[in-house]
Design a protein. Structure first.
Length: 182
């Protein structure tokens, strides 16, 4: 008798040896689905379209994802969120002086102090700490995952930044990996 193997019963996952930030998770069919790694891929050619300060902030957001061993998807959600909230400009103060930094975090909503909200590394860490607690954050539409963390007045606005966020992550991940020691 020959047993029929299906994708639901067997999943073969090849993980790159150099991708320490690559994880696998179970999908609904029971197989393993690898996350796309942040480190290991070369940067695509082309202009980034960001100022030096914006690129530094984006690199920081990506580097924090790498240091936390999160996936490329997490970094894309983080970058898309910052594009919507501040366009990676750390000097933006929003909502009548109550939201600060690249993620527009509000100290009164438990995001810490103004100083921590305007420190891109700390702010990214707080964002990712909340993101990974969102049920199915890694498989939900980007706008749903970002909204579950941010609770924006414009919950669908994150989606318009997804393609740009993918490009920024692809372009800056090699630099962020180097800074993270990977």
């Amino acid at each position: 008798m020959i047993a029929k193997l299906t994708l639901a019963t067997v999943a073969i996952v090849a993980l790159p040896a150099t991708a320490s930030s690559c994880k696998a998770v179970a999908n609904a069919g029971g197989g393993a689905v690898p996350f796309s790694p942040l480190c290991g891929d070369p940067a695509p050619k082309g202009k980034l379209g960001l100022t030096d300060a914006q690129a530094r902030n984006a690199t920081t957001v990506i580097r924090v994802a790498i240091k936390r061993d999160l996936s490329r998807r997490a970094a894309v959600i983080g970058i898309a969120t910052t594009l919507q909230e501040s366009y990676l400009d750390n000097s933006v103060v929003g909502d009548n002086g109550t939201a600060f930094g690249i993620f527009q975090q509000r100290p009164v909503s438990g995001w810490g102090t103004v100083a921590t909200a305007t420190d891109p590394e700390v702010a990214a860490g707080k964002f990712y700490s909340r993101l990974v607690k969102v049920k199915r954050w890694d498989t939900r539409p980007l706008t749903e995952a970002a909204q579950a963390v941010q609770r924006s007045a414009f919950p669908n606005a994150y989606a318009k930044h997804e393609a740009k966020a993918e490009w920024i992550v692809a372009k800056l991940a090699p630099r962020a990996c180097k800074e993270a020691g990977q």
